[in-house]
Design a protein around this ligand. Sequence first.
Ligand SMILES: [Zn+2]
Length: 449
Amino acid sequence: MRRAFLLVAAIVLCLPSFSSADSGAPSKLEVPAGARPGPNFNVKVATDAWLRTVPPDKKARSDAYFEGGYWFELWDFLLSAAIMVFFLESRVSAHLRDWAERVTGRKNAQTPLYFVPLFLLTYALTFPLTVYEGYFRERHYGLATQTFGPWFRDQIVGLAVGAVLGAIGVTILFAIVRRLGRRWWIWGALASVVLVAVTVLIAPVYIAPLFNTYQKLEDPKIKDPILRMARANGIPATDVYEVDASRQSTRVSANVSGFLGTERITLNDNLLNRSTPEEIQGVMGHEMGHYVMHHIYKDIFFYALFFLAGFAFLNWSLGWSLTRWGERWQIRGITDVAVFPLAALLLSIFFFVTTPIDNTWTRTQEYEADIFGLNAARQPDGEAAVDLKLGDYRKLDPSPIEEFIFFDHPSGRTRISAAMRWKRENLNGGNEPAAESAQDARQAPPAQR
Ligand SMILES: [Zn+2]
């Protein structure tokens, strides 16, 4: 289930959150000496100059937070795998199926009756890790603003949403398995993508407001330049939304959500309160990049292929496991709902092993959006300053292999380096390139189109 939420989060494209300990919107952007325009402008020097503005203790803290996250990916995976094995070995899964069959004879009613208690039990068993990871650890690193009561209330709401959506999804998938026999995995994969897409479609209207308040942004000083940028890039937006993300955390973020006409741009209040106009414009340029380059539709296509591969593996590995342990776990076959923990376990292995592929797909799109944003907003310093704020919770300067495996967005160094490269070639950031290229253009013969 956690994986499904991750996927939804991945598809609701967002500039990842970042946080800032300072309060009150800074009015002026401070550019470090090494990154100012001049005849000796150098991309590496400028990038290092930006990175050096982060105090060492702050950098060490965010590195520790982010590197700890690598291990939590492993612990989360291992804990849920252990729970699924427990459901199978203890026959909890088989007993729950027997109970659902006693309550009703209708197959499509048995599935949710089986699924919901299992889902709640899984949540209860993972709760100690959830509360440590999601509450105590976030507070320890100064990223959370909630006390336990409101945090727990959000958990319960999320649990209810997960139970309802999960029950619908699993019921549909088992109906497909029963109906389509051997080809179930192809249609199962496609149905899963459709289910996730529908969730993404309705989430801004029906799910997100359960946790936060959304309202239209009224301040013309912020709204007008954003809408101008939107219109210039062919985005038919008439409103920008603001969300009270400070209810939960100090992280700053923005996102473009929805598709098929429900698209909307949302800024969170942390971003509005803690960033200069240059930074806000840099962020908005990035978000518009997602929109203009149709990343959400490309995501749907990518995940359709990704799910097909996952379900092909599931189809094969289910058959392999059931011939070995099916009888011992009292599972009658793939049409039996009692197979659910085994299917969840096998799929989680597939998604865990392929994490770098998933991350690289997302990170590549995020980099594209960065490049689009630089061209649209023309705020390389605003972009660099915002990238540093990411550094409050994401390692700024990882090794390339670390970035490949663990990063679903480019690292601070990669993003700032791209911004400084853009600056070198524009806005007279370097050795007067604008004047030189104008001269070149005059001397060169007319180019053929
Ligand atoms: Zn993004």
